[in-house]
Structure formats: C-alpha cells, structure tokens
Design a protein around this ligand. Structure first.
Ligand code: 8IG
Length: 284
C-alpha cells in the first residue's frame, strides 16, 4: 500500500521555493553536492527511472555511489512513504558515467514545476549532455499491451504549465531526438513510438479524456516527462524518452484501471525492459 504524503511534515525548506532564487543556481549547488557525495566530478548521461524501469541501473555498469536524493540541494523527498528516492553514479564499461535518478517529483504533488524539473537541471549541471527519461504510462493504441516499451516521438503538454520562466522561447522541434530514437531502434528494431500526452493527474483519465487525447494526436497518456523534457532542452541536452505501457488507457479496454495491476505489469516487464534500456544507454 502506497501512502501518499503531499507535503511531509518536518521537511526542510527548499531553496527552489524562494521565488527570488535562480533555479539554475540551485541546480549548480545540487551538482556540487552530487560531485562531493559521489566522488564523481562529471557525468555524461542522465537517466530518470520511472515505474517499471528500476532494474536498469545495475545492468548499466558499476554503481560508484548511491545517495539519498534528499541529501542533494533542491531535491524533494519521495511522495511514497518508506521509499527514499536515490541518486546513483554508475560507471559504464567504457568509462563514461551515468547519473541515475530514482527520485522523480511529479507535478501532481503540488510543489510547483521548479521542483519537478530540478533533477534534470541538476543533471545538466553535472555535465550530462544526454537525458534519458523513462516512465510508466497508459497506452491508447490497441496493439500495445501491458509490458510494451515504446519510444516517445513527441509530446503534448496538457498541464498548462512550463518550466521556462519569463520570456524564454525554446524551440521544441525534434525535442525527442530522432538520432537517439534511431540508436534505440538499432538495439531493438521492433520498438514502436508514439506521442506522449502529459496530464496533471493524479487521477487517471476518463474514457472521454482518453478519446480526446487520441483525437489530438496522442498515443500514450501519463503524468510526467513532458515538463522534464522541456527543461532538458532548455539546458541544451539531447533527449530520449521511453514509456512502459503498464495498462491500456481508460476505456480502451473494458477493464477498469487498477493501480495494483499497473504495478504488477511493471514488475513483470521489468527484467526485459531494464535489459533493453541498459543496452540502449550503452549505445548512446
Ligand atoms: I502507470 O493510464 C500509468 N500512468 N495519465 N494515465 C495516466 N498516467 C498513467 C497511466 C494512465 N498509467
């Protein structure tokens, strides 16, 4: 049973909540914390692990250090109690370093978009030039079944929010790098791709909302990733996105959605997709 704690009691003040703070300066502080706590000065790739993707870290290389996310400036304690999100530094066989972020802050937690994208900005500040974003999501295409991994080709951001502040205009053409999608398909030619629709959540969609997402060009519905991808592009990173379809979106199958079944589908698919993800990251 997952107990959701929107604002855990006693959580220390977060510098990102100070409106006058510059989020990029806080990200630099976080990167300095990561360098000090892991002993790894720079990272090459960053990887955010969403539900179902958790086992990839061990397959990518050797974990040099693992630190609780809350020991790094600006990070938010995990919303799921008894589950401290962690940040890992993993050395790959070729000597590159991957920063594995196992601590995603979701938009629906209500802390604001700065906290949602902080891990991405911190990763960029550690030197990472590639951002791999993974998630568990609902599938709209009927040919997908729970356990299908899908490349994200583009997104539709329905949160109504943006990580960009002020008159900051960022081009999002090819946000989900075609080059990196081709690298992923060189590992698994059968990988399908689709447009990810980020909704606010935490409720799942109604069947009518799923039909709307389909009508406007969406293939995947979820509650993360789009805002993070925008921040990654702002930071100059190349983005690769993966969804694990853990359930058919509401109304696509006659069955109602069950969080327990979503988690089970993730667990069942985990060994296969973690192996795929590790092979893709090695090829980036
Ligand atoms: I796992 O069906 C997972 N996350 N919005 N809709 C949305 N988010 C999800 C879903 C889903 N499944």
């Amino acid at each position: 049973m997952h107990v959701f704690e929107p604002h855990p009691a006693g959580s220390a003040a977060n510098p990102l909540d100070d409106a006058s703070a510059d989020p990029l300066v806080v990200a630099e502080q976080a990167a300095a914390d990561i360098a000090r706590l892991t002993g790894v000065e720079r990272h090459d790739i960053a990887l955010t692990l969403g539900s179902g993707w958790g086992r990839a870290a061990e397959l990518i290389g050797q974990t040099i250090a693992e630190v609780p996310a809350t020991s790094v400036t600006g990070f938010t304690a995990s919303a799921v109690s008894g589950h401290t999100g962690s940040i890992r530094s993993v050395r790959m066989p070729d000597g590159r370093h991957t920063l594995v972020i196992g601590a995603r802050t979701h938009y629906y937690e209500g802390y604001g978009v700065r906290r949602v994208v902080h891990s991405v900005r911190a990763a960029a500040a550690t030197g990472a030039t590639t951002m791999v974003l993974t998630n568990g999501a609902g599938g709209i295409r009927e040919s997908w079944h729970p356990g299908t991994p899908v490349l994200i080709s583009d997104h539709i951001n329905l949160t109504g929010d943006s990580p960009l502040e002020g008159a900051t205009f960022i081009d999002l053409t090819d946000l989900y790098s075609r080059r990196l999608r081709d690298v992923a398909r060189s590992i698994d030619p059968n990988l399908d791709e689709g447009v990810y629709v980020q909704n606010r959540g935490p409720h799942y969609e109604t069947p009518a909302e799923v039909q709307m997402a389909k009508a406007i060009g969406g293939h995947i519905v979820g509650m993360s990733t789009a805002l993070e991808a925008i921040a990654a592009r702002q930071a100059g990173m190349e983005v690769l996105g993966f969804s694990l379809i853990t359930n058919l979106a509401a109304g696509i199958s006659p069955e109602p959605l069950s969080h327990a079944e979503v988690l089970q589908a993730g667990r069942d698919a985990e060994p296969v997709i973690s192996e795929l993800l590790a092979r893709v990251v090695a090829a980036l």
